[in-house]
Design a protein around this ligand. Sequence first.
Ligand code: PBG
Length: 333
Amino acid sequence: MELTYRPRRLRRTPALRALVREYSLSAADFIYPLFVHEGAEVEPIGAMPGASRWSLAALTGEVQRAYDLGVRCIVLFPKVSEGLKTEDGAECFNANGLIPRAISQIKEAVPEMSIMTDVALDPYSCDGHDGIVSQDGVVLNDETIELLCKQAVVQAEAGADLIGPSDMMDGRVGAIREALDDEGFEHVGIISYTAKYSSAYYGPFREALDSAPRAAGSKPIPKNKDTYQMDPANAREAITEAQLDEQEGADIMMVKPGLAYLDIIHRLRQESELPIAAYNVSGEYSMVKAAAERGWIDEKAVVLETLLSFKRAGADLILTYHACDAAAWLKEA
Ligand code: PBG
């Protein structure tokens, strides 16, 4: 055949393929999520093979391991003891709570590691919602924000570098920015869960923290988070959320979940100049782990291909439970 264009010419050797490669992965772009609890044991999480609830004592070792592999940021999630959970989740701003203690301990042991935190009430709420639930079953916006601001300030005081509001209350980014600035934390950044969808992919995470919505007393508790997290059917609405977050002072914008929402990552990339993060959430992780355990897929190849897809869609950084494994595989290559 007389073909002028033969795209295969540039695929012929590994060197030529590397020469024209458009996107790449780096361990420095990963944020590694870690679960922490008060117990003395490191407890494996049933629905997330390879992930654990770390004791405070063992946590620093895992952070050091991640650092040695090239990971430069972690995010912490607390499994709060049932006895500390209340309707207003006030434990979230206890300066001696699990998260502030974990942050100061890590900052002392591995000072170069950046720490991101999660701001929301769900791990601290006996109702399992990200905000306060009123007596008639409504998740209250403005009342919740007051608590979130206190939570953010306590996390910043303990040494957090990036505050991550995951609650989806309206106006929380601006309010948290103001609260941080008022307390002298103008250097602490906000990585906003900008387009966070009401997703079934969070199932394993809610098992890890025992934080799913539940009815404790006589109060009606919404069974899902549909009145604050976004409808999976909506794409334009993500742009609106992004515009608001930018105006309110977000430093980084996140799309969550990642894999089923690559189109949203791509759209935010085109709409904004801010760094975009993708959250490769628990359900996405567990599906890969389950198939790999059965020998149905090649875990390493699938994980690296998936992480690359976030980059190609336009993400600058990726929150992923595969962070350490992927960092180790990238070192091999
Ligand atoms: C809490 C929070 C959730 C996740 C991160 N922060 C769960 C939820 O909103 O119900 C999910 C993370 C994952 O599934 O990996 N607001």
